[in-house]
Design a protein around this ligand. Structure first.
Ligand code: CAA
Length: 251
């Protein structure tokens, strides 16, 4: 018998309507999850358009606006999520760039990236940990970046935040290891999204030419890694940082 909406497990994807987020939402939906896609509140109109485009492809998503850099906003988001049921899967995917050399970086560019990309780990995750512990099961996947692993010219803010993401993963993985909840990081390389297309063309071409697998990654490559980590059978895999970068950086 096909599963009904009410007996599906629940997943939340932050930044769910963006480049990577969309592929992750679609994958989770196709795996049988009820998926809530979070979006930045100022982007409500485009999130609604996204939702109706998805419906045309027979994918029904809840959408919820919340600023992941703001704790109170995440408290409100969690209240809404809890009305839908117990959260099984959390994908901390929302992230921004404000690239410049440190010499040119303004305090608000530093703060926005740290608060959104790293502060969100606390703001969002802390809302759902108790519920996962009570349920004795949960999957948390934090999206970091190759640039958090090796640094990137013009990204002191982003590289610092993304490196911090995996520190968060390793610490929380230890706290939750005995509770049936796994916590892992995925570190994408250069993926075909607006964020990467925004890199000046000369640098972008240089980057693409250096990828051993000889192609830019696709959002579906990241969604595939998410599906692996959230699988019930992946319960012995926690605290990892999974590189999905076409061989650009290995560790
Ligand atoms: N290596 C060495 N030198 C570089 C360089 C690099 N990668 N990039 C720029 N430079 C040089 C410039 O040519 C310039 O040289 P001169 O002073 O001799 O002219 C100097 O550095 C400083 O340049 P700017 O004054 O233009 O510096 P800026 O403060 O305005 O910053 C920049 C420019 C942000 C670094 C810009 O070059 C840029 O956007 N670079 C790409 C950054 C990048 O790769 N971001 C990744 C985005 S994708 C992503 O983040 C997703 C993910 O997770 C993978």
């Amino acid at each position: 018998m096909p599963s009904t909406k009410s007996d599906r497990k629940l997943a939340l994807v932050t930044g769910g309507t963006g480049g990577l987020g969309t592929a992750i939402c679609e994958k989770l939906h196709d795996l049988g999850f009820n998926v809530i896609a979070n979006f930045y509140p100022a982007d409500e109109q485009s999130a609604k358009t996204w939702q109706s485009e998805q419906l045309k492809q027979n994918r029904q998503f809840e959408i919820i606006g919340a600023d992941v850099s703001d704790n109170e906003s995440c408290v409100q988001m969690a209240k809404h999520v809890s009305k839908q049921g117990q959260l099984t899967v959390l994908i901390n995917n929302a992230g921004i760039t404000r690239d410049s050399t440190l010499r040119n970086m303004k305090p608000h560019h530093w703060q926005a990236v740290i608060n959104t990309n790293l502060g969100s780990m606390y703001n969002v995750t802390s809302q759902f940990v108790d519920g996962m512990i009570e349920a004795g099961h949960g999957r948390i996947v934090n999206i970091s970046s190759i640039n958090g692993q090796r640094g990137q010219f013009g990204q002191t803010n982003y590289s610092a935040a993304k490196a911090g993401v995996h520190g968060f993963t390793m610490a929380l993985a230890q706290e939750l290891a005995s509770k049936g909840v796994t916590v892992n990081t995925i570190s994408p390389g250069f993926i075909n999204t607006d964020m990467v297309l925004a890199i000046p063309e000369a640098q972008r071409n240089q980057i693409i030419n250096s990828i051993p697998v000889a192609r830019v990654g696709e959002p579906a490559d990241i969604a595939h890694a998410v599906a692996f980590l959230i699988n019930d059978q992946s319960d012995y895999i926690t605290g990892n940082d999974l590189c999905v970068n076409g061989g650009v950086f290995m560790h």
